[in-house]
Design a protein around this ligand. Sequence first.
Ligand code: UDP
Ligand code: MG
Length: 310
Amino acid sequence: MITISIIVPCYNEEEVIIPYFKETSKVLIGMDVEQESEFIFVDDGSKDMTLQTLKELSAEHPNVHYISFSRNFGKEAAIYAGLSKAKGKYVAIMDADLQDPPTLLPQMKEAIENEGFECAATRRVDRKNEPPIRSFFARLFYKIMGKASDIEVVDGARDFRLMTRKYVDAVLSLKEKNRFSKGIFPWVGFKTKWFEYENIERVAGTTKWSFWKLFLYSIDGIIGFSTKPLAFSAISGIFSMLLSIIIIIALVIRKILYTDCAIEGWASTICIMLFIAGIQLFATGIIGIYLSKIYTEIKQRPIYIISEEK
Ligand code: UDP
Ligand code: MG
């Protein structure tokens, strides 16, 4: 009988796995659940010694399991693989770099066991040590997401959370290939208690997220949980059509009132043409993004491929 399963996605994390394991085990021992807990490390196609480290750790500790992907499939895939394998009554997701403090686990378990929550989630309350441009776009993303979708995506929400079996099964019942956890978690609902903490620096190694990767991820989020951009492109079409009708009427009136008005230059014509072309391309682009998501979804490819596991 396993009480807590802990899922740890790892991509090139050779330096942090052992410190992470030690810290977290200490907390589990303190909670008196170490004997009934399992770690599921997901090696997301790492190119360093991550898998080797996991194998050694797993040989020493029977409660350490690992799944190794055939290549890098991304953190979302790693989370999904971990959730599918987890057997625990409660399941946690944690980063390997100790940016998610394991010391919160006892309070999180308490919230689920005694306060009737199905999920204990975390968010960081500041964006210290983050480049200002990144913070700006992150805030912008949360604003757009809040307006565009019906779900509430919490600003600064981390993937670090503890969930009940019921909650995990609900998350697993969403079979989509373009997975966006920050949207899936609020989408499944249930009572969630939020824990806040200040940003903690990585113990070692570097972040795996480039600005570009984050940008694409945010597009995934908006497209995956809202169809408002499609409506927006339709509305911008109607808007430009109305504008053109107004201009036509104005020109006709001018022609009737001032018959001798001269033909004006081409600058205004070009501006209008560019404006209309811009709106058209923008709208087509939005449809294209949805189409590409439908395309990848409909191919029904697996979310990840396992090369070995234990
Ligand atoms: N990660 C992963 N696959 C990836 C990128 C990241 O499994 O393609 C893991 C990574 O090993 C770490 C977690 O996801 O455990 C969070 O990544 P990172 O710390 O680089 O992100 P940050 O904390 O900077 O947002
Ligand atoms: Mg990190």
